[in-house]
Design a binder for this molecule. Sequence first.
Ligand code: HEC
Length: 124
Amino acid sequence: MPASKSLPALVLSASLLAAGVMSATAAAAADGAKVFNLQCRTCHAAKSSVAGPSLNGVAGRRIAGLSDFAYSSALKSKGGSWTDAALDAYLAAPAKFAPGGRMFNAVAAPGDRAAVIAYLKTLK
Ligand code: HEC
């Protein structure tokens, strides 16, 4: 087949692929919103409270980085920032990630963790 015929097909399938990836991310964030509303929102509101720190802008932020929340020394001494991997490890097993920390809520299913992390990234 001449290249002039196969190139448009290639471009088309590449853009379909990109669209698929984008909607998968959006779908994950939408699923993550459900997980968040059910499992996180009681303690994590837009503003920090005694129940928990605000998670607006948490993705990429310094771990235990807000000045308006009294974090445990366990979380404060972690260092580093909230990468995807750190968020995943924390949400998989908070007591293992920060022994002696104040949050105990885990998200057991890896797919739910990925979804809620995608959602956290939409919180600015
Ligand atoms: C019962 C209350 C409670 C629930 C429910 C809860 N958290 Fe937390 N979360 C906390 C507290 C308290 C801290 C601070 C922990 C510490 O200081 O050790 C925290 C800290 C965090 C942090 C670190 C924030 C920072 O500024 O470093 C993230 C991320 C987080 N929670 C995500 C979640 C997610 C996602 C959910 C839902 C799956 C969730 N939490 C459910 C109470 C809660």
